[in-house]
Design a protein around this ligand. Sequence first.
Ligand SMILES: Cc1ncc(C[n+]2csc(CCOP(=O)(O)OP(=O)(O)O)c2C)c(N)n1
Length: 370
Amino acid sequence: MTATTYREPAFPDENALAPELLLRMHDIMVRARCLEERLIRMNKQGDGFFWIGGPGEEALNTALGMLVHKGQGPNYDYLHLHYRSSATVLAMGIDPVDALRQQKNTATDPYSAGRNFCNHYAIRKWNVLPVSSPIEVQFSMAPGTALANKRAGGRGITIVQGGDAGTAEGDFATCLIWCSRPGAELPCLMIVANNQWGISTPAGEQHGEKHIADRARPFGIRAAVVDGNDAEVVYRELKRAMDYVRTERKPFLFEAMVSRLYGHSSASGANFAPGEADCLQLFEEKLEDRKILTRTAMDELRAKYTQELLEASKRVREEPQPTGDTIWQHIFADGTSPAHPQVLPERGRNSDGTSPASPARGAGHKRNGT
Ligand SMILES: Cc1ncc(C[n+]2csc(CCOP(=O)(O)OP(=O)(O)O)c2C)c(N)n1
């Protein structure tokens, strides 16, 4: 049952996917790279306080976004992503302009109304839960949505993704344990994007285990270690893992070896890191070798998306920032806030006059006078 595998292709062609699929993947990967490059430039120009993102994870994340069963509710996939998942949501169909809006913290940012860092997506209509800056907490939430998927009885699964360093957190163990209870296994795909860095800590100085995926073994969870810099391999292996979780309704731990092409974040300079394998460059060499795309066509595509995003960033710069009087919005689902006392329940009472089972939320704010 348990299998940690590092699969090398038996034949060179074993990995080959249909040219149309490769072209679609390439288009999204190029657009995702151009988006990240634009976000970095915006940050360096003073548009937004921080940058963190996914250059180097495009092969893995594009494949993931293309394979998601997209929709709202427990019959569809739930996604607990991390701050390097731009290519996943692009592949799912977001408008990249919205990512620029979050970078610039405009009021028009649909993910946080200008309140969060870039690449912190939250898309209710596609079950994309809010990306968390505190790392790994998504792994302790994932069993909850996986349980909802299971109870719904359909084919929806839960997908949770984080980095390698984050697996040191207890949340990772929580996910392994709660997804593998005997007879109560959960349909959860755990993805570790292993770039072998935790900010500035090299994985080699931190991990005694050979592969993070090996930690699935004692729980009887299936696992694989995959070259995340090979777009074809990672697409095929991810599909295999997703099919398993979808049909068997059991967990899978998928470790993809990826790169971190611009360092950790703007906190470490966000400069290109030479010497790391680049999944996009490797993919383009393959497409050129197989005569699926010419170098000229690829250069034109990149120039087109670079220009599109440059123009969009200029428009976004003119959009309004959130105003101070909106500060309490988007905090409580029922709309209560100290700024809108008329909708606050009376202290110790629900708004309909009944006694609450637990203390009314607004009452705490009132009492504190905040
Ligand atoms: C709970 C928590 N601890 C520490 C941090 C600080 N921090 C931010 S990113 C990061 C490294 C994460 O490394 P990894 O999980 O490998 O993901 P990567 O950023 O390399 O993709 C750390 C320690 C945090 N955000 N949250």
